[in-house]
Design a protein around this ligand. Structure first.
Ligand SMILES: [Zn+2]
Length: 136
């Protein structure tokens, strides 16, 4: 039975550390993370353009027509710019690419002795603190 004080994030980071023999170079880790993030983008675009299981309406006219619009209004007016639903193949591909991102993020965290769980908790605190203003 696993230690209840360890989260799935801890377990994941530990598993990456124990099994990663090839990605010890920080420059390689940075390059691989960027490559994995690009694959997430590519897979989402592929779902729209090649597979067609989703459609993306990137039109933002709704926002630009209302100069006095505030964030609460944007939430109400959200036009759900993604329509359709990911098919199983696209969902699997995107999940795999996101998993690769997490893998290389764990590698980088291990290189600097950072704890991914702490990173998540700190980010969650920032989201709670800044709420709707947490936009970069
Ligand atoms: Zn699809």
């Amino acid at each position: 039975m696993s230690d209840p004080s360890h989260t799935i994030t801890d377990e994941f980071q530990c598993t990456v550390k124990e099994n990663d023999c090839f990605n010890k170079n920080i420059l390689e880790q940075l390059a691989k993370l960027q490559e994995a993030a690009a694959k997430v983008n590519k897979s989402i675009i592929r779902a729209c353009t090649y597979c067609g299981c989703i459609e993306i309406n990137a039109n933002n006219k709704l926002y630009s027509y209302h100069d006095d619009i505030n964030l609460d209004m944007i939430k109400l007016l959200d036009p759900h710019h993604i329509s359709g639903e990911l098919c199983d193949a696209c969902r699997d591909r995107i999940e795999k690419d996101m998993g690769s991102c997490l893998y290389y993020l764990a590698c980088i965290s291990n290189s600097f002795d950072l704890n991914l769980d702490d990173v998540l908790l700190k980010e969650m605190d920032i989201i709670h603190l800044l709420g709707k203003f947490h936009i970069e």
